[in-house]
Design a protein around this ligand. Structure first.
Ligand code: SF4
Ligand code: SF4
Length: 438
């Protein structure tokens, strides 16, 4: 068999495997009893990206004309990309099938997110990856830094030097320089006669406003999720935010607005999605990325409900709005740069006490019973911080369960046993507290 035939066969196998896993996960989500129809938009977005392999309509894009910028992590300002007339697509991936292919270039001990993204870029065929004219990668953790080098064999890569000590003048200076360098780069990206637009104050204001609307609805969703009687399952909410990666910001915002209105009506009519007897779980640590939703799914299958998470592909992704409403481009650039650096509590920053403060605040605001600390194998930075988080939670008497996993479905039963035991322990703790109060 010719090499080109072997490559084509491998691609077909990969796309089939990815589509199958995504379809299974979507079927699992769609078959949750009482699923509001307002969630269908988000499932359709994920289906378009991974099952139908036709993401352009959900991105409001014309693949032959528009420019696409792949982004990694949550520190690349999508406002700048929109302002340059391009479309951002977040490429942090959650596919088991491609993580195996990615091992050809990423060390076995590397995290599955990076392996999965690498595999999809190497093998080609999945359009959300192939569409991107350039990929912007921040030097957040070691895995992302090295991913950039490896990916440059397949795509144009633009690295964004990300300072790791946020609270220092030199960091702010470096970050601003990086933002202006990214701006200049985006203005010169070109393909088939289409070129990035000059970013001016008017275009920036529009992009900031569009993203701010998405952030406002995201915060409203979070506030609805804090209700005593849960209105939405955590795995459904994870899918909602994951879908942001493959949908046009305005279409996503309209869909979340409809969902929020529906959830508000459910609250008013006392029609919760789950009963209030379930232990309320906060998921901390590495992100859950579609189609790998095994952690939130297991928590909820075993009797808990995920009320919030701190994931960079979940509740934290769209949490912080840009502070600046300035009309001047330099001030807008400053506002956008600050929004992506200062409040970010990714574990790649040091010191990272802000993260402890955020988790403790969420524990209180969401009346959390227990924390499930998710470590993707090879994600050293999140694993490093587990002890500090556990110690901080001890003061609040909140138990923490650390689970380490990757995208391989084989460990599901073993995880299920541990998570079930954790949920049972939280249930007993709840009933003891209830007895003591009464
Ligand atoms: S948590 Fe890790 S993967 Fe997520 S945005 Fe931060 S550095 Fe990137
Ligand atoms: S922060 Fe962790 S999960 Fe994210 S890319 Fe780095 S190693 Fe992977």
């Amino acid at each position: 068999m010719k090499i080109s035939d072997m490559v084509a066969k491998r691609t077909r196998r990969l796309l089939k495997g990815v589509a199958r896993s995504a379809a299974v996960e979507l079927e699992r989500l769609r078959s949750i009893p009482g699923t509001p129809e307002e969630l269908n938009f988000f499932y359709d977005v994920l289906e378009a990206a991974y099952v139908r392999n036709d993401p352009a309509p959900m991105l409001d894009a014309r693949p032959d004309k528009d420019l696409f910028v792949g982004v990694y992590c949550m520190v690349v300002p999508e406002e700048l990309i929109y302002a340059a007339g391009a479309i951002p697509v977040r490429l942090c991936a959650g596919c088991f099938e491609s993580s195996q292919i990615g091992e050809d270039r990423v060390p076995r001990d590397g995290c599955p997110l990076v392996k999965s993204s690498m595999g999809l870029s190497m093998q080609k065929g999945l359009k959300v990856f192939d569409l991107c004219d350039i990929v912007a990668i921040p030097t957040t953790c070691d895995a992302k830094r090295k991913l950039g080098e490896e990916l440059s064999a397949f795509k144009e890569v633009w690295m964004i030097e990300t300072p790791h000590i946020k609270d220092a003048d030199f960091s702010r200076r470096i970050w601003m320089e990086q933002m202006y360098a990214l701006k200049a780069k985006l203005e010169t990206v070109k393909r088939n006669g289409t070129r990035g637009k000059r970013i001016n104050a008017r275009r920036m204001a529009a992009a900031i406003q569009d993203t701010a609307r998405a952030q406002a609805e995201m915060r409203r969703l979070l506030s609805l999720r804090s209700a005593e009687k849960p209105l939405i399952w955590g795995r459904q909410a994870t899918a909602v935010v994951n879908a942001f990666a493959y949908a046009h910001v305005n279409r996503w915002t309209e869909a979340v607005t409809r969902l929020n209105n529906r959830l508000a009506a459910m609250a008013e009519n006392d029609q919760p999605m789950a009963d209030s007897g379930r232990p309320r779980i906060y998921i901390a640590g590495s992100p859950s990325l579609f189609p790998n939703l095994k952690i939130p799914t297991l928590v909820e299958e075993m009797g808990g409900v995920v009320v919030a998470d701190e994931s960079c592909a979940g509740d934290r992704y769209l949490y912080d709005p840009v502070g600046s409403t300035e009309k001047n481009l330099n001030d807008q650039m400053l506002g956008v740069a600050s929004r992506y650096l200062a409040p970010c509590v990714c574990p790649s920053f040091t010191p990272n006490d802000d993260r402890l403060t955020l988790i403790q605040r969420m524990i209180t605001d969401f009346a959390v019973d227990g924390v499930l600390y998710h470590v993707l194998k090879g994600c050293v930075v999140y694993d490093f911080e587990v002890n500090r988080v556990e110690n901080a939670l001890r003061n609040n008497q909140i138990p923490l369960l650390r689970v380490e996993t990757d995208y391989n479905p084989e460990d599901v039963e073993q995880l299920r046993t541990r998570i079930e035991a954790f949920i049972e322990m939280l249930k007993s703790k709840r009933s003891r507290t209830k007895q003591a109060v009464s």
